[in-house]
Ligand binder design. Structure first.
Ligand code: 10D
Ligand code: SF4
Length: 341
């Protein structure tokens, strides 16, 4: 795709006063924006957003609120938009009144959270991505055969908390080859591994290599836990970053997959920055760039990417080229609780 965007007097960017205006003025030049494809929403995020939207519609005009436990996906714009349409985001279930409707976020929950919801009589609609659910099922299966389950992932991340909760006594979390070296397990002949779905492919391969060296009989999942969307966005950002002077990734700071895209571009030698939206662009990042690589994490809507292109158009004529590494066709059906009625 090639699309010419003319220079635009973007009030937000060029209208600032004094020194700021001088910096932006020096940045005016023609540019190519190399758009990574695939980028932006994955099938799991689209499904999770649609779950909340459908429920908001279903209960609009009634006295039933739609509660969502945690951010439905890790994007401030998505959350703010749903909030403005009536969704009530809470951190924990004790903030949800008995019997109310509550959505579990795309990152999944531990069995303990499900049990609490059942005890409280909450009407649960589960927006967990099916590919996260697959990892949970593996955790249960591996623990049931009495293996120590080594989960590769980031401590404190909601997806990791949920997966750890499937078999807390049997599961250990590792984040690096160093953690693997320090592992102590009851029986080195009975070990399995799983991973978070949004990890960097290259870093995870190193951890898995270390695990296989340490536990030669270790068994892993039947198919990769790092999901198709994470994989495809990483390959695409690598391709555009290699051809760009700077790379911008649209996504929020707590979005694991978005942060991984920035790190990956940087590891390839291209300066790269994470921005929540166009207002996050700093002129000095793009001032000397002829080619700006642009991508977005799996939770960042395309509209935010469009706004970045418009903002860059405020700094001189922009030619947009899309660089496609693979075409995605994955789509997930809605949960039964949302499909029916
Ligand atoms: O932080 P993250 O990359 O896991 O989540 P985000 O909401 O940004 O993107 C969607 C990924 C999910 C729900 C994990 F599978
Ligand atoms: Fe599902 Fe992958 Fe999207 Fe996460 S990033 S919601 S696992 S498709």
């Amino acid at each position: 795709m090639v699309l010419a965007v003319g220079a635009m007097a973007s009030a937000g960017l060029l209208g600032a006063g004094g020194p700021v205006r001088a910096v932006w003025a020096r940045a005016v030049r023609p540019r190519t924006v190399l758009l990574a494809s695939p980028r932006s929403l994955c099938a799991g995020v689209e499904r999770a957003i649609e779950v909340v939207e459908t429920l908001l519609e279903r209960y609009s005009g009634t006295d039933r609120a739609v509660f969502v436990r945690k951010q439905i996906v890790h994007n401030t714009h998505v959350v703010r938009d749903l909030e403005s349409r009536g969704a009530v985001f809470v951190d924990e279930l004790d903030e949800v009144p008995d019997g109310a409707v509550v959505v579990f976020s795309a990152h999944g929950v531990s069995p303990a959270v499900r049990e609490e919801a059942a005890r409280r009589g909450l009407e649960v609609v589960d927006a967990t991505c099916p590919l996260v659910t697959k990892v949970h099922a593996e955790a249960r299966r591996f623990a049931a055969r009495r293996d120590t389950v080594v989960l590769v992932g980031h401590a404190g991340h909601e997806e990791v908390e949920g997966t750890l909760g499937e078999a807390p006594q049997a599961t250990v979390l590792v984040q690096s080859p160093g953690d693997v070296a320090a592992l102590r397990v009851p029986d080195p002949g009975r070990v399995s591994y799983l991973t978070q779905t949004t990890l960097a492919l290259d870093e995870t391969a190193e951890v898995i290599t270390a695990l296989k060296k340490r536990f030669p009989g270790i068994r892993g999942p039947g198919s990769d836990d790092i999901c198709y969307a994470t994989t495809n966005r990483q390959h695409a950002v690598q391709a555009v970053a290699a051809r760009a002077d700077v790379a911008l990734v649209v996504g929020s700071g707590n979005s694991s997959n978005s942060v991984r895209l920035v790190e990956l571009a940087r590891r390839g030698g291209t300066p790269a920055y994470l921005i929540d939206d166009a207002t996050g662009i700093r002129p000095e990042w793009v001032r000397d760039a002829d080619v700006v690589g642009l991508s977005a994490g799996a939770s960042a809507p395309q509209a935010l990417v469009d706004e970045v292109i418009v903002a860059l158009g405020g700094l001189g004529p922009v030619t947009v080229r899309e660089h496609t590494t693979v075409t995605e066709t994955v789509a997930f059906g809605l949960p039964a609780a949302v499909r029916s009625q």
